[in-house]
Design a binder for this molecule. Structure first.
Ligand SMILES: *Cc1c(COP(=O)(O)O)cnc(C)c1O
Length: 421
């Protein structure tokens, strides 16, 4: 069982929801920082342990800076993410470019920032050289185990995945790069998404440790770091349990001692690229009820829509809903909770048991701190919501203002400003 709590009391949250325009996102600074510290502590045995926070999970420089102060790096998959990391004070080897189908300007920007470049494909060796005119001192390759590994439920079968270098290509990749003068090597994989079974992560570590030994044997190349990717899940549902990260760490340490150390590969740096498990549980989408209606079913219509939080509509994901001030009331009504997009899948919940709802009620959607605001979009010309940070001292600061109509039309060219090509 997981528990869904709020970082401040219902009364305080209600006050905030009536003081600020809804919908908005609220992130809990203390919980994010404590969580980052806890992860670091759990892996304190691991040489050079670092989590490169996946910027796409919450691309807000205030959050990135908080994590950077805890020693985290940034994992990027686009040029703007690289620039956001730089703007957050994260540079050099604290940036990882884990991209795929990579444009030349991303390679170039990553190289100029001194970032670690993680190549997704054997043909990207040439693409990288063409983009930057040389090879970097350090290179990493993304490994796709293919049929050697069954994928997790969400990321799917590795054979069908577009990512990574195959088992038969991987050793050649390192050989080629060594011949070209690369000095330092890393090995990456990402075979899970929103996984809650810790043993899956442990098996991924085993796979990478074994592969380091194979690369050492077959090519005489020493891998200096492994990047376990992201994909650690969070318990969105009440009946789910958080991953037992203490167990994962302990089992990984055992494998390190039985595989890495005897092969003479110690110290081997261990890094992750987690996003979801770092900030996911500590972000909340706060929204007001605009309408409660009865058609063939009962509906609660919010002022937020899937343009603010796409996960339920996109994946059928569960996000727990707390109705502020009604926590003592029985959840004896069944509603579909919707947004206002002209799309019937614009629903945050289907057949959700809630207390009796009224117009003006304020709801909090939990676990929206990763892949929440960042997945937002502008369909129906819906404007993106603001983001706020609840600071340690209890104060609340705006860390992104809401999008305005002026922002939305800024890129349009009207009569008189149209550009002839
Ligand atoms: C999305 C992604 C991550 C982060 O995934 P989480 O589920 O947020 O941990 C890390 N690395 C890569 C390459 C990704 O695409």
């Amino acid at each position: 069982m997981s528990k869904k709590t709020l970082p401040i009391g219902h009364g305080e949250m209600l006050e905030l929801a009536y003081q600020l325009p809804t919908p908005f996102y609220l992130y809990d600074e203390k919980a994010i920082v404590d969580n980052a510290r806890n992860l670091k502590k759990l892996f304190s045995w691991a040489p050079g342990f670092c989590n490169y926070y996946a910027v796409k999970a919450c691309p807000n420089p205030t959050i990135l800076k908080l994590l950077s102060q805890e020693g985290f790096g940034a994992d990027c998959s686009s040029l703007p993410e690289l620039l956001l990391s730089k703007a957050s004070g994260i540079t050099g080897k604290k940036i990882m470019l884990t991209s795929n189908d990579t444009p030349a300007d991303e390679f170039k920007a990553a190289y100029e920032l001194g970032a670690i470049i993680n190549l997704d494909d054997i043909t990207h060796i040439q693409a990288l050289e063409e983009a930057i005119g040389t090879v970097p001192e350090t290179i990493c390759f993304r490994y796709n185990p293919g049929p050697d590994r069954t994928g997790n439920a969400i990321i799917g079968n590795p054979v069908e995945a577009k990512y990574g270098v195959t088992s038969s290509q991987i050793v050649d990749c390192y050989r080629i790069m060594k011949e070209k003068g690369v000095k330092h090597f890393g090995l990456h994989t990402m075979v899970a998404s929103n996984e809650l079974d810790g043993s899956y992560i442990v098996e991924t570590a085993r796979m990478l440790f074994d592969l380091c030994v194979r690369i050492q044997k077959e090519a005489g190349i020493r891998i200096e770091f492994i990047d376990m990717g992201g994909g650690i899940g969070i318990p969105y549902r009440l009946d789910q349990e958080a991953m037992d990260l203490a167990m994962v760490s302990k089992e990984m340490q055992k494998l390190y001692e039985t595989i890495v150390v005897p092969a003479g590969l110690d110290p081997l740096q261990i890094v992750f690229e987690c996003g979801r498990v770092i900030t996911g549980p500590y972000g909340y989408l706060v929204s007001k009820v605009l309408h409660v209606t009865n058609k063939y079913k009962d509906y609660v219509g919010l002022d937020a829509s899937m343009a603010n939080l796409m996960r339920p509509a996109l994946y059928g994901s569960y996000h727990h809903i707390t109705v502020l001030g009604k926590d003592k009331q029985p959840c004896d009504h069944t509603y579909d909770v919707t947004g206002s997009l002209c799309e019937n899948n614009d629903k945050f919940a289907i057949d959700r048991k809630l207390p009796a709802m009224q117009k003006g009620d304020v709801v909090v959607l939990h676990d929206a701190g990763a892949h929440g605001h960042s997945m937002g979009f502008n369909y129906n010309a819906k404007l993106r919501s603001a983001e706020y940070l609840l600071k340690r001292d209890g104060s609340v600061v705006m860390i992104r203002r809401a999008q305005t109509y002026e922002d939305y039309v800024e890129t349009l060219r009207f009569e008189g400003s149209m550009v002839e090509v």
